[in-house]
Design a protein around this ligand. Structure first.
Ligand code: PLP
Length: 318
């Protein structure tokens, strides 16, 4: 496997899935591909997953595919079976190997849209929409910022904590393509001197960040580590990084807890991180004007928990 990505090789690889190519077919991501009437574009009507590949092994592949299925079920978008996505990913990885070697770290983004309004791509609902996988090297800036402390601001998301239950049409916990608001919140934070955002419900519960899950660390009276994350009842996205960390922490004898979490709880926590698949664990050193202590050691432990990923490593052909 090449240490560094070769200059003469492709910078990213794309694989389409359709009824004629249920195992996927390569296409050039630098050429136009989508119909302008695709509902993924005109309405943000689609779902996606982003995952990390290290040395050819896809981290948490099964949880990501399960969550894609869950998002598709919530949005009622037909998607290809799991085997199709697995084959498409494998094809993309093989293409990197063929064209000059796998970068040490890749991100894979799976996207499924509802397709073109009134013109299903296939009569088979599993292939009626538009589906692709995009594989790209993790940018150097992302690699350099991993594990670095960040300052966050608490912003009202404008929904009550019971909105997921009371207003299921909001599809709050689906990972849909409609991330414009999440991106706008991030811009707002950066314009105001912060690196990221933690959303609150309108009734004051801690939810999640625009692209990551909130994790708190404390210790009980006996000194046993306790990890706490906000409850999923609020309609936040079930994080696969949080799930993997919880699985490894439980094996290590740590205690696990699920919110409701208030802003006061968050500020009282000895340590807080934002977790996501490609960024991994980012320690929070400031929440608005409240300073938090950062533990390099605990951040390294969380990274280690994520790297364990024992059961979910994607098998490679070679
Ligand atoms: N919450 C939101 C809203 C996200 O978009 C993401 C990831 O993109 C996460 C949490 C973290 O999820 P994961 O750890 O599975 O990447």
């Amino acid at each position: 496997m090449a240490e560094h990505f070769q200059e003469d090789s492709v910078s990213s690889v794309a694989v389409r899935i359709d009824a004629e190519h249920p195992q996927g077919v390569l296409f050039d991501p630098h050429q136009p591909q989508l119909r302008v009437t695709d509902l993924g574009v005109v309405r943000g009507d689609g779902v996606f997953e982003t995952m990390l590949v290290i040395d050819g092994a896809v981290r948490k592949l099964t949880p990501h595919l399960n969550r894609l299925r869950r998002s598709a079920d919530i949005t009622e978008i037909g998607i290809p079976p799991e085997e199709s996505w697995r084959a498409a990913i494998q094809l993309g990885l093989e293409e990197f190997r063929t064209r000059g070697g796998l970068p040490e770290q890749l991100s894979i983004r799976l996207t499924a849209t509802r397709g073109v309004d009134g013109e299903p791509a296939s009569e088979d609902p599993q292939f009626a929409g538009t589906y692709w996988a995009l594989l790209a090297p993790v940018p150097a800036t992302m690699l350099a910022s991993r594990g670095k402390p960040i300052a966050v601001t608490l912003l009202d998301r404008g929904y009550r904590s019971d909105a997921a239950e009371q207003s299921p049409w909001l599809m709050l916990s689906a990972k849909t393509l409609s991330y414009a608001v999440n991106m706008a919140a991030g811009r707002w934070a950066r314009q105001h001197g912060f690196d990221d955002v933690i959303f609150l419900s309108s009734d004051g519960q801690v939810l999640e960040a625009p692209t990551s899950t909130v994790l708190m660390y404390s210790e009980d009276a006996e000194g046993t580590p306790v990890l706490t994350t906000p409850t999923l009842n609020t309609g936040i996205l079930p994080g696969t990084s949080q799930g993997a960390i919880f699985a490894a922490a439980e094996r290590a004898g740590w205690k696990l807890a699920y919110g409701p979490v208030t802003p006061e709880d968050l500020k009282a926590a000895p340590h807080v991180w934002l977790l996501s698949s490609v960024r991994l664990a980012s320690p929070v050193n400031r929440i608005d004007d409240h300073q938090l202590e950062v533990s390099t050691e605990l951040t390294a432990t969380l990274m280690d928990f994520l790297a364990q990923d024992l059961a979910e490593t994607y098998p490679t052909e070679d």
